[in-house]
Write a protein that binds this ligand. Structure first.
Ligand SMILES: Cc1ncc(COP(=O)(O)O)c(C=O)c1O
Length: 449
């Protein structure tokens, strides 16, 4: 199996990431544990930026914080010169708390509240990606109150839907996001944006899907967006200055996945942009992309300790670990596929097939179906690969499970960047009203018994 980033097997036969023995990490920090390979995150950031330079694309790489956001990740992204996309007041707060420069923040979201828009205006985010006419007018009013002009992209639904290896061009209107190209909805929104005094329309945005492996869908989306920009130019005289083509570049979760290298993706995009602007005689806009998963996905590994093992003869062996859907809901939510290795004996012959179960009270709480492994014992450390994106960021406390810790590893050093939740954390926000806290309530219970 190909091990991503700085992963290797050390002289003890243990999995090592960033020069740290994962068996030792599990012992020191406990499990489940998210482990992040810092060098791999930085390498991905650089690959995207270097590809922009190589292809002479004027633009920016914006990290999509929804994939994984905390203060340490914000710092790495800032140091690598990427911008940041946030989709909520909470993500914006995290970025600002980490010292991320607001002039490199792009604020997304299909239903930003008045409070969130104010927060964005107050801290001076660079662009608002506006999703509806309601938001457009609300933002104009709030910017007027604040004596500001908001820099805006309109989110367009380009009618290109990508599904991993394929795409369909649907003219599809059934999406909760953005302005429809069909029926001049997007054109009308553009006209309204241009007329509002506290809105500075700078460009358009689109995002066509996730875990995409082919360049064709991105090329078609670019073509559709430039066709739209050209029609807007003819109708209104507005010349597109910035075009944000979203994220969605796939990663390797299992051996059969064949992700694009950032270089291939940016090369295809540069080609599609140049072809489009030449065809329409448009000035070349600044190009922005928003990779999330492909920056952090393969850099993440989750360590688990094996517990109960249940064999259903002739059917399946369930190996339960100490995590599950509360810290990685992607399998239950999207039937996402992962692979894993036994961290404490990576090279042991994988001569059986088991399914890895979580510990939540749901039959659907499975992490991996049909994984090839050596014989497992309670206490083994299982390392699930490529879990950096949409796991911690989607985690919750189902069954009152405390969320795991996260460590950042690099050159033999492991630093805690998110501490493990405690049981005390779980009840921190519970409030007992006076009438339930009173001792006579307990007496009432006894009376019923
Ligand atoms: C608007 C937008 N941009 C960027 C992304 C990041 O996508 P990915 O993590 O697949 O690169 C998403 C993901 O849903 C998104 O909705």
């Amino acid at each position: 199996m190909r091990l991503p980033g700085t992963m290797r097997v050390n002289h003890l036969g243990h999995l090592e990431i960033g020069g740290c023995d994962t068996v030792e990490l599990a012992r020191q920090f406990g499990t489940p544990l998210y482990v992040l390979d810092e060098a791999l995150i930085r390498r991905q950031c650089r690959k995207y930026r270097e590809a922009f330079v190589r292809h002479g694309l004027r633009g920016e790489v914006i990290y999509a914080g929804k994939a994984l956001l905390n203060k340490a990740v914000c710092r790495i992204i800032a140091q690598e010169g990427l911008s940041l996309d946030v989709v909520s007041g909470g993500e914006l707060y995290t970025a600002i708390a980490a010292g991320f420069p607001p002039e490199r923040i792009y604020f997304h979201g299909n239903n930003k509240s008045e409070e969130e828009l104010r927060q964005g205006l107050d801290c001076g985010v660079h662009r608002f990606v506006v999703d509806s006419l309601y938001e457009l007018h609300l933002l104009n009013n709030l910017a007027a109150e604040a004596g500001k002009v908001a820099g805006v992209y309109l989110r367009i639904t380009p009618g290109v839907e990508a599904h991993t290896h394929t795409y369909i061009r649907t003219g599809q209107r059934d999406s909760k996001f953005g302005f429809d190209l069909v029926g001049s909805v997007a054109l009308e929104a553009t006209k309204q944006a241009l007329a509002l005094p506290h809105i500075n329309l700078v460009g358009f945005h689109c995002h066509i899907g996730s875990q995409i492996f082919d360049v064709e869908s991105f090329k078609v989306a670019t073509e559709v967006m430039l066709d739209f920009a050209a029609s807007v130019w003819r109708e209104t005289g507005f010349a597109l200055r910035e075009l944000d083509l979203g994220g969605g570049m796939g990663i390797r979760h299992v051996a059969s996945d064949r992700p694009l290298e950032p270089e291939q993706f940016v090369a295809a995009l540069a080609d599609a942009v140049r072809t489009g602007v030449r065809r329409h005689g448009l000035p070349e806009p600044k190009i922005l992309i928003e990779p999330g998963r492909s920056i952090v996905g393969e850099a993440g590994t989750t360590l688990y300790t094996v517990g109960a093992i249940k064999d259903v003869p002739g059917i399946r062996t369930y190996v339960a670990v100490d995590g599950g859907m509360y810290e990685n809901p992607r399998v239950a939510l999207y039937q996402a596929e992962y692979t894993a290795v036994v961290a404490n004996r990576v090279h042991a012959p994988a001569d059986r097939v088991v399914s890895v179960a979580g510990k939540c009270c749901e039959s659907g709480d499975m992490l991996i179906w049909d994984l090839r492994v050596p014989e497992l014992q309670p206490g083994d450390v299982l390392a699930m690969l490529s879990t950096g994106a949409y796991t911690y960021s989607m985690a919750g406390n189902y069954n009152r499970m405390p969320r795991p810790a996260m460590v950042l590893v690099r050159e033999g050093q492991a630093d805690l960047i998110v501490r493990r939740e405690t049981y005390a954390d779980l009840v921190r926000y519970d409030v007992l009203p006076e009438r339930l806290a009173a001792p006579e309530h307990l007496a009432d219970q006894r009376a019923i018994e």
